[in-house]
Ligand binder design. Structure first.
Ligand code: GLN
Length: 447
């Protein structure tokens, strides 16, 4: 597959022909990475996760409840990429409402990891990652609330980047947990990820949490030869499987040999990441998803009165994982539990952020695993809690609002990709991408 950089100098006719080719290849592949094949705009086709509005397209967030809903306006990221020689092409499969780590909870059925062996592609942006990894898309947009760009990128052997909270407009992104959600690129390499990030980033009046200060273009000045101070947290890495630990140790040695300074640090509050995230994310999700009541959006169930309308529409429209999170969210927000859970989690969130920031006083980047294992087999998650645990390395970045990037560094003995994550200080995407370019160079990963 040609890279995004190469595609940007091709003609529009060539790109339209490529779309037809991608559509037939995607249908033949059996991966179930795409759930639609519309085209909007002219230029290089970028695959769009099914929770980002493209005016006039259906947008379902992988849910039955949004079947039949057509986006009445365009997400800012789509407007932005259209002004940079790209177009929206195709809908990427995802976990329902971006809740999940495997893309198995989609109304359209599971996406398959292109590395074979009946593995999940990760989630929730699993369709985006699987498509880029298998040559079914040049690049894609995903969204990351607790790892949903970085983790599928790692499982599929591609690059996935979550920008600093506020760097990329959320206008037109179907909300899961608004204080954590960010849209970001999934691409074949670090340079392409930077090109796509450059295209979508920037202040937006339509998003009240959008950051309004100067930002630099990154792709044109990428420096893979920088020398940085990179923090590693040994106790954190020990929780990962042996194959991940091995890749991690080898990568640290390569980075050191390339001239980076490695410093050992501690992150003691990370043990609270999962609990904190699943209190806050479910609280926000319960609030955001209250709008799906059968009155205004998508599917409406048969009913005799208003109460029945809400009840039946939600019962039939939402999947099991989404219902679980709405229940959890309402529980932690309910009177009597609000202080014990929600308020406490907000306080711990600050502690987590402060701890990250203390490390960035002395280091440019933190290197960590993306997930404790390679992609699991389809159907292997024994319980919701098991799945939540696999988010341990990605959630803290969202809780602290930091930018992070997942870069493939190698494969385990079974041929499954291993990705590692770099994390930078808020709004320091330049250092993040330079570090990622260096990590990519020393790893020399081939898909
Ligand atoms: N796996 C996490 C969750 O289920 C993260 C999802 C995401 O980033 N959208 O909430």
């Amino acid at each position: 597959m040609i890279t995004l950089k190469e595609a940007l100098i091709k003609s529009n006719e060539e790109m339209i022909a490529l779309c037809a080719e991608l559509e037939s290849k995607a249908k033949e592949s059996g991966l179930n990475a795409y759930v639609g094949f519309q085209r909007s705009g002219v230029g290089v086709p970028i695959l769009i996760k099914d929770n980002i509005q493209v005016k006039g397209w259906s947008v379902t967030a992988g849910s039955k409840i949004l079947q039949g809903y057509i986006a009445p306006y365009e997400a800012t990221v789509i407007t932005n990429l259209k002004s940079k020689g790209m177009m929206a092409f195709g809908r990427a499969n995802m976990d329902e409402f971006a809740m999940g780590s495997t893309t198995e909870s989609s109304f359209y059925g599971a996406t398959i990891n292109p590395h074979g062996d009946n593995r999940v592609p990760g989630g929730s942006s699993g369709g985006s990652a699987a498509a880029v990894a298998s040559g079914l898309a040049i690049a894609a947009l995903g969204s990351d609330t607790g790892g949903s760009i970085r983790q599928p990128a790692a499982y599929c052997g591609v690059v996935g980047m979550k920008p600093t909270y506020g760097r990329v407009s959320r206008f037109g992104l179907g909300a899961y947990a608004s204080s954590l959600d960010q849209i970001g690129p999934i691409a074949q390499n670090v340079e392409d990820a930077a090109i796509l990030y450059d295209a979508i980033k920037g202040h937006d009046d339509k998003d009240s949490t959008s950051a309004d200060f100067k930002i630099e273009d990154i792709a044109n000045n990428l420096n893979a030869d920088v020398k940085l101070t990179i923090a590693v947290i040994d106790s954190y890495v020990e929780a990962a499987d042996a194959d991940i630990q091995k890749e991690f140790a080898e990568t640290v040695a390569k980075l050191e040999a390339a001239g980076h300074t490695i410093v050992r640090k501690e992150l003691s509050n990370t043990k609270y990441d999962i609990a904190t995230y699943y209190v806050l994310a479910t609280a926000e999700a319960a609030t955001n998803l209250a709008r799906y009541d059968g009155v205004r959006y998508g599917t409406r169930a048969e009913s005799k009165n208003t109460e029945e309308l809400y009840f039946n529409t939600r019962s039939e429209g939402f999947g099991e994982e989404v219902k679980r999170r709405i229940m959890l969210g309402n529980f932690v927000l309910s009177s009597g539990y609000y202080d014990a859970y929600y308020v406490k989690a907000q306080k711990v969130r600050h502690l987590i952020r402060d701890e990250f920031n203390a490390i960035f006083e002395e280091a440019d980047l933190i290197l960590s695993p993306v997930a404790p294992s390679v992609a699991p087999k389809i159907g292997a998650s024994e319980s919701a809690l098991e799945m939540y645990k696999s988010d341990m390395y990605t959630l803290g970045v969202n809780l602290a609002g930091l930018p992070g990037i997942s870069v493939p560094v190698g494969k385990n003995d079974e041929g499954m990709p291993v990705g590692l994550q770099l994390i930078a200080k808020a709004f320091n995407e330049k250092v993040l991408f330079d570090g990622a370019a260096s990590l990519e160079k020393v790893s020399n990963y081939k898909n």
